[in-house]
Design a protein around this ligand. Sequence first.
Ligand SMILES: *Cc1c(COP(=O)(O)O)cnc(C)c1O
Length: 380
Amino acid sequence: MSDIKVKVPYLDLKAQYQSIKPEIDAAIARVLESCQFVLGPEVAGFEQDFAAYCGAAECIALNSGTSALHLALLAAGVGPGDEVITVPFTFVASVAAVTYTGARPVLVDIDPRSFTMDPAAVEAAITPRTKAILPVHLYGQSADMDPIMEIARRHGLVVIEDAAQAHGAKYKTRPVGSIGDMACFSFYPGKNLGAYGEGGAVTTSNPEYARTIRMLRDWGQDRKYHHLLRGFNYRMEGFQGAILRVKLRHLERWTEARRKVVNLYNDLLADSGVESPTEMPWGRHVYHVYTLRTDERDGLQAFLLAEGIQTGIHYPVPAHLQPAYADLGYGHGAFPHAEAAAEQVLSLPLYPELSSQAVAEVARAVKKAVANRTQTAVSR
Ligand SMILES: *Cc1c(COP(=O)(O)O)cnc(C)c1O
């Protein structure tokens, strides 16, 4: 494979850095000069800015999105013997974080159009042990939050949004991060708002949850060396706070650039024989990934790679079919929509700096692959 020249990479983090280099370099220099390497004023500033951006009262900056999920669950009081309802079609962290607390992940299938939690499946999964619901805003599109919030309120459950892929997405008029009781974000470098290392955050407007998470991220201290809770070292680094503060100022522009790329893909791939992603009427999709569906996914991916076009599969194996989670007791066929999606999805190159020419080249290659396939099928 290494002899194939990459013509269109799946991601290009360098292009973005080059476009904001002076601002980033100045931010890094500020941290070096201040020597505030862990938390500190840059992180506190980012917390304020990001809370405001999400329409939440508070943001607690952490060292990863996984830590955000872990601490949000703990703040909600989730522990051994409890159950948390989430989806199998997600990055594994959504499910793993539940197990960190000792609770059991209870999975429900997705809606096949939005790839997010099917609210109609939630109610039947509730038991007396259910403590929380963890919908995932997959690919940058909000889950259908109104019915999920309604079910949660009726049953006294906490709602934790997994917004790791959805910075800036909206449900109706509200930004994700302000809808559930808490929301968890990741700033892993490839995410829509990416640090230059690991990072994550919880947003919430509940002061009690915020206070607990602030303590838990820093060894459960309410003041130095007084440990009220059994905590962790989940603090954000000063460099990441300074970098994220700079990058947050560009996020809306980058999101609009992503959406332009997506519109172009949609236009060029209309009637191509592959299924473009569906933007649900309820919100603003921020397209962390552009995922199409085709039942010839593996062939299409191989063809594109031979043409120098990198793609991704998000995700090839749903959580309930992962060996690590076999003990959850779900088998093949448990979640048909998640399983079908895992076999059919393919993510095309997408980042704000991707040129129209590159998008056209990708679309041309996709159409060529489909045409070849149809020809082969006819001649057989
Ligand atoms: C990236 C991601 C996470 C985990 O975030 P990290 O910062 O990598 O720990 C959790 N959930 C989803 C849906 C993600 O995409």
